[in-house]
Design a protein around this ligand. Structure first.
Ligand SMILES: *[C@@H]1O[C@H](CO)[C@@H](O)[C@H](O)[C@H]1NC(C)=O
Ligand SMILES: *[C@@H]1O[C@H](CO)[C@@H](O)[C@H](O)[C@H]1NC(C)=O
Ligand SMILES: *[C@@H]1O[C@H](CO)[C@@H](O)[C@H](O)[C@H]1NC(C)=O
Ligand SMILES: *[C@@H]1O[C@H](CO)[C@@H](O)[C@H](O)[C@H]1NC(C)=O
Ligand SMILES: *[C@@H]1O[C@H](CO)[C@@H](O)[C@H](O)[C@H]1NC(C)=O
Ligand SMILES: *[C@@H]1O[C@H](CO)[C@@H](O)[C@H](O)[C@H]1NC(C)=O
Ligand SMILES: *[C@@H]1O[C@H](CO)[C@@H](O)[C@H](O)[C@H]1NC(C)=O
Length: 396
């Protein structure tokens, strides 16, 4: 038997047998043609062959997606009509449908039909919208229920201005991101939008909840540009980060809010500093000496034209790498562990205390506490040197 596997659904209506039939006559037909059915339903299809073909229905067989269907599901209705009953239909493997094909005893295709087996859409959920620099309004959603309907389903994003608008449909569906659409024209600031999604297919339709929003409340922006990470003198546990406000919003009245996150070169765990406020520079402290760090910054344009909503964070900037200086003591490496053990543990205790304090008070970008911290560092370095001198004095 010749096995026929079709990747997409083709409806083949006629077999040309010149001289026997005119080309316009169907020699065979599968009924029903291209039905749309719910998952779990039953289907009785029939394959009728023209009597002039001299083919008896009992010699025919069926395939579904290239797989022969067992003869126990067939019934010969008449010498020219063979039926097939499928019980509890599975969802279509592809939205282009399943191939139900009727073959003659040699395996040649006589006729076919596409089966579209799926479910009506469920109510779309998680509709959220954002506006990049107030230049568009993009909304994304998730299909309801378990996800797919397994048949072709259209999602339409609809919107209107709250008080006097007429209903409009979003046109610009994203090819890169499924279930999203961008409104790019005739945007109105200071007027609430009503937005919803309508899902429909041949088995039914469903509408999401309506959300109401003002573009200025959902503004997001580009990540900060020109992120620079540099050392703070010889301070081996610190890096300084600076960046520029997003240029696209430079003509807007708003309060930017920033976040920094950083991680060790060989770690996937980001540490987030979310108390950076609206400054465009910040000091990272408590880092490991002689270590490469990756740093990213993002921006939240809060309060555009006085909006009171939280704003939406931008993407993170591209990671910028920098390394902290090697610690002096590590580099010198000359200390005898026995003789300097005391000073090491004392220093560590002090450092631990101070980092505890730093975490509570100075951690972040308050310039006041950074100043204090710098002073403390100078003191510590001095006392460390003195101690080493004392110890070395003891040794000799
Ligand atoms: C499908 O057929 C089975 C067995 O004949 C029957 O029990 C079931 O109720 C039918 N289902 C539907 C949806 O008609
Ligand atoms: C073949 O049988 C089916 C099922 O009984 C029927 O609906 C259809 O009309 C028949 N076709 C022909 C051409 O007789
Ligand atoms: C549905 O899928 C199951 C498992 O793959 C299979 O056993 C069954 O025959 C399928 N039913 C139909 C009607 O194709
Ligand atoms: C129906 O669609 C879902 C989601 O795309 C898929 O995971 C599932 O395999 C499909 N069902 C069948 C029978 O192909
Ligand atoms: C919708 O959002 C909720 C809460 O954020 C989440 O738990 C759920 O997985 C989302 N549903 C879909 C289909 O994405
Ligand atoms: C930063 O915020 C403070 C208080 O929240 C405000 O006084 C200051 O003007 C802001 N600076 C910038 C550049 O927005
Ligand atoms: C200080 O303590 C650390 C950690 O316990 C240890 O690795 C190091 O060798 C010590 N250094 C000195 C100089 O004792």
């Amino acid at each position: 038997m010749r096995r026929v596997v079709l990747d997409f659904c083709l409806v083949l209506l006629s077999l040309h047998t010149p001289g026997v039939l005119s080309l316009s006559t169907h020699v065979a037909i599968v009924y029903p043609q291209d039905p749309v059915l719910r998952v779990g339903s039953n289907l009785t299809a029939s394959c009728w062959v023209h009597p002039d073909l001299g083919v008896h229905a009992s010699s025919l067989f069926w395939t579904l997606n290239g797989q022969q269907v067992p003869g126990s599901l067939y019934r010969v209705l008449s010498p020219s009509n063979l039926s097939l009953t499928l019980v509890g239909l599975n969802a279509s493997r592809q939205t282009s449908g399943d191939n139900l094909v009727c073959h003659n005893h040699k395996g040649h295709i006589l006729a076919g039909s596409c089966l579209y087996v799926g479910m009506p859409p469920e109510k779309p959920v998680n509709l959220t919208c954002w506006s990049r620099n107030t230049k568009d309004l993009t909304c994304g959603w998730a299909p309801g229920g378990k996800g797919e309907t397994n048949i072709s389903t259209q999602y339409r994003l609809k919107y209107k201005l709250r008080w006097y608008g007429t209903e409009k449909a979003c046109e610009d569906y994203s090819h890169a991101q499924p279930y999203s659409c961008s409104i790019t024209q005739d945007l109105h600031l200071f007027t609430p939008y009503e937005i919803w999604v309508e899902a429909s297919n041949q088995l039914g339709r469903a509408t999401s909840d309506v959300i109401i929003l003002d573009i200025l409340d959902v503004v997001t922006t580009d990540p900060p540009s020109g992120v620079l990470v540099s050392r703070v003198g010889q301070l081996e546990d610190q890096l300084s980060v600076r960046w520029e406000a997003p240029p696209a919003l430079k003509d807007f009245l708003f309060q930017a809010k920033y976040q920094i996150r950083y991680r060790l070169e060989d770690s996937q765990d980001w540490k987030v500093m979310d108390d950076v406020g609206n400054q465009t520079s910040c000091r990272l402290a408590g880092l490991r000496p002689g270590t490469v760090y990756f740093v990213q910054v993002r921006c939240n344009p809060v309060g555009i034209y006085g909006s009171r909503k939280a704003g939406i964070w931008s993407e993170w900037s591209h990671p910028t790498a920098a390394s902290t200086p090697h610690s002096e003591r590590l580099m010198s490496g000359s200390c005898d562990s026995k003789s300097s053990g005391d000073s090491n543990s004392t220093l560590r205790r002090e450092l631990k205390q101070f980092f505890g304090w730093v975490r509570k008070h100075a951690y972040g970008c308050s310039s006041m506490s950074m100043k204090l911290y710098d002073q403390w560092r100078v003191l510590m370095q001095k006392s460390h040197k003195t101690r080493n001198q004392v110890l070395q004095g003891d040794k000799s």
